[in-house]
Design a protein around this ligand. Structure first.
Ligand code: 1CP
Length: 353
């Protein structure tokens, strides 16, 4: 009896949530990172009237831009419109978006770490939870909503460097010059992200994603020492929640063996990693998400479809693959290419799994 019951429950799961759990799906679910954004004319129109921070802090506007791509494309998931740096503003960090995050006073001292307030999501960033509730009330049940946060090391990069960078040399040297202050800051960030992600799940987020956007800058030894422990702390802090956790390991190919130890449901991959290799290293217990190079969306239709087929072939015929780009979509992308991508993934994989 309980077995029959669980079969029915599983069949009713939206494809995205089924894939997160490694369960069979009617088609490979697809969504794309930064699916709400500047490549959409309707997003640019909203941005003419409101700056980015106003967008994130006004639930009606955040909900509107979250839903915009869902009106155009048959995506299998949505992601709440916000930013990884938004909760840090709630902890007392003064920053602006130009358009990347720029911190008024980069963190370099113990005193600055001590001055960070513990995050109280309902008090500090209530608009995020309100946006989640609004989006949930409008989304069809087959399209789950993803809540998200930055990984501690990725947030650390912006806090210590104070601005976007390709190499993040200050944060990386700071790890070695000031290991104790670094570890303290990383732990503080982990604790804040636990309460932040829990609050998003309580408000209705059906999956949680952790963006390790800059973890790939760390070699395995430093990733194991500085990158992983605060991620483990977050995973443990969320372990009682029945919400799948996605870990986007940007440029994480060299660290996959270590990542295989993390108790996450899904690992997001960039295009530099063959999915087949990643699956072998990660083991059967984890689903994967990715990993078309966003540049390929600029190819002619036939090539785009062929390259999508290559990603699907790389992912193999087993369950537990969510189609996505290997990183965020570029603002110059033609929205028609996105429509083609979504439709092609669905057509190619319908009832084949
Ligand atoms: O002018 C604008 O419109 C602001 C540009 C912008 C946008 C649209 C920023 C500033 N953030 C966002 C939204 C955003 N950021 C989302 C929205 C939801 C969706 O995907 O549709 C998400 C998930 C993020 C997360 C984020 N912010 C990450 C992790 C994902 C990734 O790209 O690796 C990172 C690294 C950031 C920092 C950030 N915020 C904004 C920018 C331009 C950046 C990148 C800066 C850099 O290059 O280092």
């Amino acid at each position: 009896m309980p077995q029959t019951q669980s079969k029915i429950d599983q069949r009713d799961l939206p494809p995205f949530l089924a894939a997160c759990r490694g369960l069979p799906v009617p088609h490979t679910p697809v969504w794309i990172m930064r699916q709400a954004g500047r490549y959409l004319p309707e997003y640019r129109k909203v941005r003419e009237k409101a700056d980015f921070v106003t967008l994130t802090r006004t639930p009606e506007l955040a909900a509107e831009v979250t839903l915009q791509p869902l009106r155009r494309f048959d995506f299998d998931a949505s992601i709440i419109f916000s930013d990884i740096m938004t909760p840090l503003q709630g902890m007392g960090v003064a920053l602006d978006f130009k358009p990347g995050p720029v911190v008024d006073e980069p963190i370099r001292t113990r005193k600055q770490v001590d001055a960070l307030r513990p995050l109280l999501p309902d008090q500090d960033v209530p608009f995020v939870m309100e946006s989640i509730r609004m989006v949930r009330s409008e989304l069809p049940s087959k399209v789950p909503l993803i809540g998200f946060a930055g990984s501690p090391f990725t947030l650390f990069c912006y806090l210590v460097a104070g601005k976007p960078s390709k190499e993040f040399s200050e944060p990386r040297s700071f790890l070695h010059a000031e290991p104790a202050i670094s570890a303290l800051l990383l732990d503080r960030l982990a604790d804040a992200m636990v309460v932040y992600l829990r609050a998003q799940a309580d408000a209705g987020a059906q999956a949680l994603m952790l963006f390790e956007s800059w973890g790939g800058l760390l070699g395995p030894q430093d990733y194991a020492t500085y990158g992983m422990p605060p991620v483990r702390r977050i995973i443990e802090g969320l372990s009682d929640l029945d919400v799948p956790l996605i870990y986007f390991a940007n440029q994480g190919g060299a660290n996959l063996r270590l990542i295989s130890d993390l108790k996450v449901d899904v690992v997001g991959l960039d295009w530099r990693v063959p999915i087949e290799d990643a699956r072998r290293i990660l083991g059967a217990g984890k689903a994967v998400q990715g990993n078309l190079d966003p540049a390929v969306l600029f190819a002619p239709k036939d090539t785009l479809c062929r390259r999508i087929d290559d990603v699907l072939a790389d992912a193999g015929s087993g369950p537990g693959h969510i189609f996505n780009l290997g990183h965020g979509i570029w603002p110059e992308t033609d929205p028609d290419a996105v429509a083609r991508l979504v439709d092609h993934v669905h057509e190619r994989t319908s009832d084949s799994k």
